[in-house]
Design a protein around this ligand. Structure first.
Ligand code: SF4
Ligand code: SF4
Ligand code: SF4
Length: 339
């Protein structure tokens, strides 16, 4: 696992880092943390071009992601797996590492498939899913250890050396993107029976490749060129131009306050979202890992500036209070996932 830290490093870093993390909650503070627009990268996934790689056992983008990220996937000692108090269970995907039909700690992108009635015909639509790399990521805003950050290049990344696996990031992510693996990470060195639940994993936009001026592995691998990569502004322009040309729709430009992962479709995203939900209901699959596609999702961090202020004034009490309050406010009516 990369980004290993010692117990002393962690304690030293977390006290300062928590303040930075809570500061992200305020709109004003966000301005200094926001990536420079010109450096930000993004992708456009064209659903009119993606055919799900139907002729292959595994879609090329999924295979490329798994191959590229093998070294970053969790290495679990199954004999040490144990629930942490007061939980009775833990999340273990280590015996399902081959699963490619949902997001897991071992599978950071997958291709959903739905059928949608549109203009009198039944359309089969393939939807590659992964982290949206939000402009103001709610996942980062609630992480008490500041383990999640938005890089200058637009990628939202999780530091697996700091993550304690509390899964609050997943609870407040509008798409339930990060997935947890127990039995790995810092909590195993601290107090595995009382604190932490593992490490959260998700697509990191291939931040290492992007920082070298290269494109993400899934983009390179797509045989249909269904995924475009470029600056965020180029991608916004491309998505809107394409949508206009096909009399279609863009997803991700506004959702959760804007993201670096945009989709274009000739079918309204409301219909795609409805089809995903119906498909999950029929399969009795309501667990995270197969995201919905709700339209016009608001970014709830925008209403939390008062809590960030309290955290800054009274660091220790404020951190706990702000973290707790922010978490519950962001969670809203959303049902907490079974742990
Ligand atoms: S995005 Fe490209 S590689 Fe991925 S499923 Fe669609 S066509 Fe295949
Ligand atoms: S999609 Fe979810 S996990 Fe990804 S950056 Fe946005 S809030 Fe975070
Ligand atoms: S950008 Fe990289 S990490 Fe994310 S889905 Fe594509 S290959 Fe995987």
């Amino acid at each position: 696992m990369g980004n290993q830290v010692t117990r002393r490093d962690f304690i030293r870093n977390s006290s300062g880092a928590v303040l930075i993390g809570t500061a992200i909650l305020s709109g004003a503070d966000r301005a200094f943390a926001a990536p420079k627009q010109s450096l930000e990268k993004g992708t456009v996934i064209d659903l009119t071009v993606c055919d799900g790689c139907s002729a292959k056992n595994t879609p090329a983008c999924v295979l490329a992601c798994r191959t590229k990220n093998q070294d970053k996937f969790p290495k679990v000692d199954r004999e040490k797996l144990t629930p942490y108090w007061p939980q009775k269970t833990y999340e273990d995907w280590s015996d399902k590492q081959d699963m490619t039909n949902r997001l897991t700690p071992y599978n950071w992108t997958f291709v959903d498939k739905v059928e949608v009635e549109h203009n009198g015909t039944t359309e089969q639509i393939f939807v590659p899913r992964r982290c949206m790399h939000c402009d103001n990521p709610t996942c980062a805003g609630v992480c008490p250890f500041s383990a999640i950050k938005k890089d200058e290049n637009g990628a939202v990344t999780i530091n697996d050396g700091h993550c304690m696996g509390g899964a609050k990031c997943r609870d407040v992510c509008p798409w339930d993107i990060p997935q947890r693996q127990a039995g790995v990470g810092l909590y195993m060195k601290l107090a595995p029976e009382y604190l932490g639940g593992g490490v959260m994993y998700k697509c990191d936009m291939c931040a290492d490749l992007v920082s070298q001026g290269k494109e993400p592995a899934c983009v390179t691998a797509c045989p249909k060129n269904a995924i475009s990569f470029g600056t965020k502004q180029e991608m916004i322009d491309l998505a809107n131009k394409r949508a206009k040309a096909i009399n279609g729709f863009v997803y991700g430009e506004k959702e959760n306050g804007g993201t670096s992962t945009l989709y274009v479709s000739k079918v309204p995203f409301e219909k795609i979202d409805k089809a995903i939900k119906e498909s999950k209901k029929q399969a009795n699959d309501m667990k995270p890992g197969r995201p919905n596609m709700e339209v016009s999702i608001e970014n709830k961090l925008d209403s939390l500036s008062g809590m960030a202020l309290s955290a800054a004034i009274a660091p220790v009490a404020g951190i706990a209070a702000a973290g707790f309050a922010a978490y519950h406010k962001l969670k809203g009516g959303k049902q907490e996932h079974e742990e």
